[in-house]
Design a protein around this ligand. Structure first.
Ligand code: 4AD
Ligand code: MG
Length: 497
């Protein structure tokens, strides 16, 4: 069987492709079928003169998403998608599809989400999933090449680890069990057995927030390393992100192009060092005059841009009436572009005053909100690693610095407003301190007996982190919402399909 992404190996040969009609249009004696087969899309041209009557009739009856086998000669053609097209000699229709609900015209997001099972076939969704796959493969490659052992942590667990407010409770034969918020605690046990491990599994948070960054079910990669301190942990996280970005840029350029991802903001990450600072330094930036001035400038430049766009919109609207057909099309697509950009600008303009206030009045000791992360990251074009957090707002298992005030945790914030993609830390390795911490947090000590054992039998300094896969995919693909980064997203208010 030959696939679309192998056509370059079959120049001037006759091959058979098996797939679906992505789009079809016809003129008097030609039918143009855009065929997709999962590996890509290629144009197949049916010429009435070249095929039998039955094939000609069949190709005229085709509709979007009809399934078929199609045979013809592969021709190089620069104008065609992928650089090749097929001159069709035969067609075997498997099914003429019913009216397909997702047409090339624009649809609302709710409609598309309700049709997620079909939406997955669309080009942009297809491209995003290919990038997701590349990221997954890159992560495994990265860790396997460094002698990490991939191990699996349980999904049913009796203990909370990341706060009680986001637990999904299940009935485990009359005992309470939760869906794992993280595999970390088990990862620590596995690291004491194997030194360097990573888990890669689904994790669950009953997030009651409907934001573009929150899923209730998401995939997390959690390396855990014996004998690693916070700095070694951060170096590893930085190397990993760099490797992911580099691999995707090298192998998925076509997909990023389909996604219209501006890769100029990703390219520098391949060799530029990431930013590192403490929470306290980050707070200082947030509250600074410089940040306030930057937001004022931003407001002004948005206003100006909106004015310019409105002017352009008016001008091309005037031209539209008397324009030629091709130009009319051009104008209409530009009008759509302008409207979308203006929507975005207006959203920014609504947000900026609130961002400014929240940054200015930020109080040491609080966690960063989404908008604080956004404002902070406007000032950096590489990921930012924030360390030494107020101990009270971080998880019980994090080791503290000498002052006892700061947790040796690290959050990695992605550039371009994508927010936190990694949370990690050096772990508390002292038995007594850990016991106290568990008590202070009101956690059930019996449930954590085994976890304390790790501090009893050959305790060592150790560290790890968790990378959220979907947020990473959103960032690298340039997608504004995590719902498009996983085949079937689970969020508050979304359980189907
Ligand atoms: O910062 P978090 O909560 O860290 C942990 O769970 C640690 N136990 C990890 C470790 O040290 N082994 O979550 C880690 C990452 C976040 O930075 C974010 O990327 C992602 O998981 N994440 C979510 N992604 C989507 N939807 C949610 N509701 C998420 N919550 C966290
Ligand atoms: Mg976190």
């Amino acid at each position: 069987m030959v696939y679309v992404n192998q056509l370059s190996e079959h120049k001037d040969q006759s091959v058979t492709l098996k797939g679906w009609v992505y789009n079809v249009r016809s003129s008097k004696s030609l039918v143009f079928i855009e065929l997709r087969d999962g590996t890509g899309i290629t144009q197949c041209v049916v010429s009435q003169d070249d095929v039998e009557e039955k094939v000609w009739e069949d190709s005229n009856a085709l509709r979007q998403e009809s399934s078929l086998e199609i045979t013809g000669t592969v021709k190089e053609d620069d104008r065609s998608v992928g650089g090749y097209e097929m001159h069709v000699s035969d067609i075997r229709v498997i099914q003429v599809a019913e009216d397909y609900p997702i047409t090339p015209k624009e649809h609302g997001v709710e409609f598309l989400m309700n049709n997620r099972h079909l939406w997955l076939r669309s080009q942009r969704q297809w491209a995003a999933m290919r990038v997701r796959n590349e990221i997954i493969f890159a992560i495994h490659t990265f860790f396997q090449n460094r002698n990490f052992v991939q191990m699996d942590s349980p999904i049913f667990t009796p203990n909370e680890a990341e706060g009680s407010t986001t637990l999904f409770e299940t009935d485990y034969f009359e005992e309470k069990a939760y869906l794992a918020q993280t595999g970390q605690l088990y990862g620590e046990a596995m690291a004491m057995a194997h030194g360097l491990i990573y888990t890669f599994g689904p994790t669950f948070r009953a997030e009651k927030s409907k934001t573009r960054r929150h899923l209730t079910e998401f995939w997390m990669i959690e390396p855990e390393m014996a004998y690693y301190d916070l700095n070694m942990n951060m170096d590893l996280a930085e190397d990993m992100i760099r490797f992911i970005v580099k691999t995707v840029l090298e192998n998925r350029a076509k997909e990023l192009e389909i996604l219209e991802r501006d890769t100029s903001s990703l390219e520098p990450l391949v060799n530029k060092p990431f930013e590192r600072m403490t929470y306290t330094e980050a707070v200082d930036i947030l509250k600074s005059d410089k940040t306030a001035a930057m937001l004022d400038d931003m407001m002004e430049s948005r206003e100006q841009e909106k004015e310019d766009l409105l002017e352009e919109k008016e001008e091309i609207a005037k031209e539209h009436g008397s324009a030629k057909k091709w130009r009319k099309k051009q104008i209409e697509s530009r009008q759509l572009e302008i409207s979308a950009r203006i929507d975005q600008i207006e959203e920014d303009m609504r947000n900026i005053p609130g961002w400014k206030k929240s940054a200015r009045n930020f109080e040491w000791g609080n966690d960063f909100g989404g908008s604080d992360e956004t404002v902070l990251m406007m000032q950096f074009n590489v990921p930012l690693m924030v360390t030494h957090w107020p101990a009270e707002i971080k998880a019980f298992y994090m080791k503290r610095d000498e002052s006892g005030k700061h947790a040796l945790g690290v959050d990695v914030l992605a550039p371009e407003g994508y927010g936190e993609i990694i949370g990690g830390s050096q772990r508390e390795d002292d038995l007594e301190l850990m016991r106290t911490r568990i008590e202070e947090e009101g956690l059930d000590e019996e449930t954590f007996d085994w976890y304390l054992d790790l501090r009893k039998y050959g305790t060592v300094p150790h560290s790890g982190f968790g990378l959220g896969l979907e947020r990473t995919v959103a960032w690298i693909c340039g997608l504004s919402h995590v719902r498009e980064t996983i085949p079937f997203p689970r969020m508050m208010g979304r359980l189907r399909p």
